[in-house]
Design a protein around this ligand. Structure first.
Ligand code: S3P
Length: 425
C-alpha cells in the first residue's frame, strides 16, 4: 500500500481540464452496450472504476476498443461470462450491472475489492427479487459477491424507494427496460441515466412524482462527449478557495444541476466562484468555473443540497475546517456506506489535524480554525478521502501522511500531476 506525504504549498494557480465525469463514463459504456449499433465516446474517464465497467462488459461479449481520442462501443448480444466478474472498487458498476444481468438468460457472479464487498446490496436485490430476479449474496444476500441467475422479469412494477440513490434508480430502470417500470425516490438524485436514456430514444416520462419507463425493446446508439467531472473539480474549487493567493480556472466541467451542490455550498460559505456556462455537451450542461482564494465562513449543508453534493462532502468538510465559524453537515447518513464510512473517516482525519469536530449519525459539526499536521490519515479504499486530505495538507502547516493513497486512481489518476501543474509557478 502506498503512502503519500503532502506538504503545505504556495498558491494554486492556472487552468485545468479535469478528467471525464465518472457517472457519465460508466453510463456511456453500459447503455451503449445495450444499443442497436456502435457508438463513440470521447473524454471517457481513464480511472480504474471505469476500467472495471469496460472489462465487465468485455467479459459479457461487448467489444470496446480505442480509436484515436475516442472509445468505440460495439454491442453484441450479452453472453454468459466464463468467469467471475470483478467490479473492483466501483459501486456504480456492480449495482447498474446487476440490473442488466437480472434479465439476461444466464448465470453471472459479481465481486469486488475489500471496500465494495462491504457495501449494502439489499437496496437493489430486494426490488429486483420483487420483479422475479434470482440473486443471492453473502451474509443472507446483503453483500457481494452476488450470484445472479438471470431470466425474464415480470413487467409493470412500481417502486417507491426509501433512499434517494442514482445507482438504485438506474439499476431498476435497466432491469425494467423489457417490461416497463415506475420508480420514485424521496429526493431527486443525479439524473444522468434519465438524460441518456431519453437521448437514446427510451420512452421515459415524469409521472406521479416519479419516473415511468415504458417497455423499451432497443436503445439507439449515442455518441457521448463526456464533460469534466465536477466531483474531481471540487478538490480544486476547495483548494483554490482555501490556499491563500490561489486563482484556478477549470474548463469544460459538467454543470448538471443535480450535481452542482458543491458550487452552491461554497458560495454560501462566501467563496469567490465565477461560473461561465458554455454550450451543452449533448444531454449535459457544461461550463468553465473560476475560483479565487478568499476567507470562508461556516454554513449548514442539509436536505436537498446535501444530496446534490454528496460525493463532495468530504472536501467540503475540509473547506469548513478552514472557515470562520461552525459548519453543520446533516441528512448525509448515506456517506457511511460509500467506499468507506466517510463520516467516520473525515471526523478522524480532521481530528488528526487538530480540528474540533462533533460526529452525528447523519453528518458532523465542524468548528473552523487552523487545521495543521503533522498528521496521518487513513485513505485505504477511498479515493475521495485521500484527495480531500491532500487538499487539507496543501492549505495547512505540517505534512499529512496519506496511507492507501493509491485509491486516487479509481477516479482521478492525474491528481498528483495536476497538483504539481497548479503549484509550478
Ligand atoms: C453514483 C451515484 C451516487 C454516488 C456515486 C456515483 C452514480 O451513489 O455517490 O459516487 O454514478 O450513480 P448513490 O446513488 O448510491 O447515492
Amino acid at each position: 500500500m502506498s503512502t503519500w506525504t503532502v506538504h503545505g504549498r504556495g498558491p494554486l494557480r492556472g487552468e485545468l481540464t479535469v478528467p471525464g465525469d465518472k457517472s457519465i463514463s460508466h453510463r456511456s459504456l453500459l447503455f451503449n452496450a445495450l444499443a442497436s449499433g456502435p457508438a463513440r465516446v470521447r473524454g471517457l474517464l481513464e480511472g480504474e472504476d471505469v476500467h472495471s465497467t469496460a472489462s465487465a462488459l468485455s467479459a459479457l461479449g461487448t467489444e470496446i476498443e480505442r480509436d484515436g481520442d475516442a472509445v468505440v462501443v460495439r454491442p453484441r448480444p450479452l453472453a454468459e461470462p466464463a468467469d467471475v466478474i470483478d467490479c473492483g472498487n466501483s459501486g456504480t458498476t456492480i449495482r447498474l450491472l446487476t440490473g442488466i444481468l437480472a434479465r439476461q438468460p444466464f448465470l453471472s457472479v459479481l465481486t469486488g475489492d475489500g471496500s465494495l464487498r462491504k457495501r449494502p446490496m439489499r437496496r437493489v436485490i430486494d426490488p429486483l427479487t420483487a420483479m422475479g430476479a434470482r440473486i443471492d449474496g453473502r451474509d443472507g444476500g446483503r453483500l457481494p459477491p452476488l450470484v445472479i441467475r438471470g431470466g425474464a422479469l415480470t413487467p409493470g412494477h412500481r417502486f417507491d424507494l426509501s433512499i434517494s440513490s442514482a445507482q438504485v434508480k438506474s439499476c431498476l430502470l435497466l432491469a425494467g427496460m423489457t417490461g416497463g417500470v415506475w420508480v420514485r425516490e424521496p429526493r431527486q438524485s443525479r439524473d444522468h441515466s434519465e438524460r441518456m436514456l431519453r437521448a437514446m430514444g427510451a420512452d421515459l416520462i415524469d409521472e406521479d412524482g416519479g419516473l415511468r419507463l415504458a417497455p423499451t425493446a432497443v436503445l439507439e446508439p449515442l455518441d457521448v462527449d463526456v464533460p469534466g467531472d465536477i466531483s474531481s473539480a471540487a478538490f480544486w474549487l476547495v483548494g483554490g478557495a482555501v490556499v491563500p493567493g490561489s486563482d484556478i480556472t477549470l474548463r469544460q466541467v459538467g454543470l448538471n444541476p443535480t450535481r452542482t451542490g458543491v458550487v452552491d455550498a461554497l458560495r454560501a460559505m462566501g467563496a469567490q466562484l465565477e461560473v461561465e456556462p458554455v454550450d451543452a455537451a449533448g444531454a449535459e450542461p457544461i461550463g468553465n468555473v473560476r475560483v479565487r482564494a478568499g476567507g470562508l465562513r461556516g454554513t449548514r449543508i442539509d436536505g436537498e443540497l446535501a444530496l446534490r453534493c454528496l460525493d463532495e462532502l468530504p472536501v467540503l468538510a475540509v473547506a469548513a475546517a478552514f472557515a470562520e465559524g461552525e459548519t453543520t453537515i446533516a441528512d448525509a447518513g448515506e456517506l457511511r456506506v460509500k467506499e468507506s464510512d466517510r463520516i467516520a473517516r473525515v471526523v478522524q482525519g480532521l481530528r488528526a489535524m487538530h480540528v474540533q469536530v462533533e460526529e452525528h449519525p447523519d453528518g458532523m459539526t465542524i468548528v473552523g480554525g487552523h487545521p495543521h499536521g503533522p498528521a496521518r490519515v487513513d485513505a485505504t479504499g477511498d479515493h475521495r478521502i485521500a484527495m480531500a486530505f491532500a487538499i487539507a495538507a496543501l492549505a495547512g502547516e505540517g505534512p499529512v501522511e496519506l496511507t492507501g493513497a493509491e485509491a486516487i486512481g479509481t477516479s482521478y489518476p492525474q491528481f498528483a500531476a495536476h497538483l504539481e501543474a497548479l503549484t509550478r509557478e
